[in-house]
Design a binder for this molecule. Structure first.
Ligand SMILES: CSC[C@H]1O[C@H](OP(=O)(O)O)[C@H](O)[C@@H]1O
Length: 374
């Protein structure tokens, strides 16, 4: 996506040094655009765990490039099955909720296992990581192509008046590779000249909305307003929200949606106000094995200091400021699960469907055996 006229992605293989993967360190946005080099699996795990990179599709792509880095750093240049499996296991353990990480790393290890020889394995790893990255970008472009119809329909009903869309956290290109998931239909609507405005939940504690979604939308020229996380219900009650679109980190094939903490509350408010609540995701974010998301999806509990301190810019420097009393306990559940009954439907790279097993398998029939064999 364009940043000040320059095409950018949040992750890429260095053009100067094919032994380095470069990422935008999203912890520094929106105030500083910092590029961080990843040289091995430890760098990759650190970048995922500390959220230099975040968002399910991007975490998957980063995990894929992490397996490539494992191959180029194999002891003695010997890319053995044992080495790849060990490093893959470490990568998959870096964050628990986004299913894309396991999906991408498993796809990488399968591709490598099918190849003999150290050199061919390194080449196969580089090809597959690039393929995963490019496929996720294309999937998000298609999500935009299919999802824009929802916005067009509302715009027609409103006779061209502004379509007000609420989104939670950052499910933009910074969470993916390009276009985003929740933002893809928004960018497509903007590009088609539809009058859209986005209510951007700040999304405590790390403020992915206030920091990242606002930055992205601003760079693209999309009208947006940052709001407190708890304001969405009030806006919905007063007819100020036409549509809610969020992303997801893991969605069961039966339609239960894990997403940033607070999404469930937005879905409850949307249902209470008869506002469509759509979730945008590529098929790599479906979990074809879990069928009860509330009970089965692992919810990451992160460092309570992410609640205790808030980051901002003072006199040109990034600083962390203590918010609650130093002695207060803090608890940092990073995700929640919205049951399928609260979800209007899914926007995927194959089109729209209802949030149900039948709806999802209707778009992905080839997954039927995998999903129903439980
Ligand atoms: C398109 S996935 C975006 C998804 O990931 C975010 O979580 P995190 O920033 O912790 O990686 C959030 O749940 C977004 O909706």
């Amino acid at each position: 996506m364009k940043v000040d006229g320059k095409e950018m992605r949040p992750i890429w293989l260095s053009s100067d040094n094919p032994l380095e993967v470069h990422v935008i360190d999203q912890r520094m946005l929106p105030h500083e655009l910092v590029i961080a080099p990843l040289k091995d699996v430890d760098d990759t795990i650190h970048a995922i765990r500390e959220m230099f990179v975040r968002g399910a599709p991007l975490i998957g792509a980063t995990g894929a490039w992490g397996v490539y880095l494992a191959c180029i750093n194999a002891p003695g240049g010997q890319v053995t099955d044992a080495w790849v499996e060990t490093e893959a296991k470490r990568l998959k353990a870096s964050r628990p909720t986004a299913v894309n990480l396991a999906w991408a790393v498993d796809r990488m290890t399968a591709r490598i296992a099918a190849v003999d020889g150290d050199g061919p394995r390194v080449r196969a790893a580089r090809e597959e990581a690039a393929a995963i990255t490019d496929e996720e970008a294309e999937n998000c472009r298609l999500i935009g192509e299919f999802g824009v119809a929802l916005i067009e329909e509302i715009s027609r009903k409103k006779k061209g008046e502004t379509v007000n869309i609420l989104t939670h956290c950052n499910a933009g290109w910074l969470a993916c590779v390009e276009y985003g998931t929740a933002t893809a239909p928004i960018y497509e609507a903007y590009n088609r000249g539809i009058d859209v405005h986005v209510w951007v939940d700040e999304t405590r504690p790390l403020n992915q909305g206030a920091r990242l979604t606002a930055w992205e939308l601003g760079k693209h020229g999309v009208k947006h307003t940052v709001i407190a996380d708890n304001a969405g219900g009030h806006l919905m009650q007063h007819g100020m929200v036409d549509l809610v679109i969020t992303g997801t980190d893991r969605t069961t094939w039966t339609g239960d949606v894990a997403n940033k903490i607070g999404t469930y509350l937005k879905a409850l408010a949307a249902q209470d106000n008869n506002i469509p609540f759509w979730v945008a995701l590529p098929s790599s974010t479906f979990d074809w094995e879990m069928d009860d998301g509330v009970r089965e999806i692992p919810i990451e509990v992160r460092n309570p200091d992410e609640i205790r301190y808030i980051q901002g810019k003072v006199d040109g420097k990034l600083v962390q400021v203590l918010v609650p009393p130093a002695g207060s306990a803090c608890e940092n559940h990073a995700f929640d699960v919205t049951p399928a009954r609260l979800v209007t439907g899914f926007i995927t790279e194959r089109g729209l469907c209802e949030a149900s097993g039948d709806g999802v398998l209707g778009l992905f029939p080839e997954k039927g055996k995998e999903a129903s064999c439980r």
